[in-house]
Design a protein around this ligand. Sequence first.
Ligand SMILES: [Zn+2]
Length: 260
Amino acid sequence: MKIYILADMEGISGIRRMEEVKSEFASDYAHGCQLMMQDINVVVDACFNAGATEVVVADTHGGGGQVRMGDMDQRAVYEIPGKGMMMPSLDETFDGVILFGHHAKAGTVDGFLDHTMSSAAWFEYRLNDVEMGEIGIEAAWAGQFDVPVIMVQGDEATAREAKETLGEVECAVVKWGVGRNKAKCLPLTKAHAVVRETAERAVKNCKTFKPFKPTMPGTIQVTYYRSDMADGYHSKSDIERIDGRTIRKKITSLKDVCSF
Ligand SMILES: [Zn+2]
């Protein structure tokens, strides 16, 4: 059984301040990376305990590269996402995806560090006219290979969004947003226990989850915060300007759900 773990940072157990996910705050960020590595090691161990034979992990936050290889569980394989390749090794041979350390979409009340792809630029994203966040975008990308998202970890708002977007999915809630920029966190031993129990249940039952496959051909649409952020797309023939801040593109494959 093959499991893919896409690990973002905002929803990681114990991370409760914005500075812990921003590399310009060196000592806070180093602490955040430490928490992320501990948390990933817990979920990787749980996957193998529950019967996984191969586990691939991508650390994706800010382009990736949070984990130090010497500190990681040596049974898994580690990679970093690239442009258009959210989960580079993912293919039809995988049995499930775990969206780990995730966050709610832009504009979510009490979503810790809520955003969609770019907290500086993206106000709203729509796939086939349905508003969704990174959970939906990544689940649809995995859907091109018929691989379901089996578990999502993060704050309570993230879990709520995961169930609204995907339906049946295991959720590990390890924190609660207090406004946008702070979170109330479970202590690490409890959070790690929640991660372990949830991951073991998800992997054992991974055949029961359904891939997320919005109808194709379809459309993707982004509304930016300001109109100048959409200006650059004027010249692209496959992109339609809907209004000052909004662009839309027709796509034929789920591999293009984030192809602006
Ligand atoms: Zn992130």
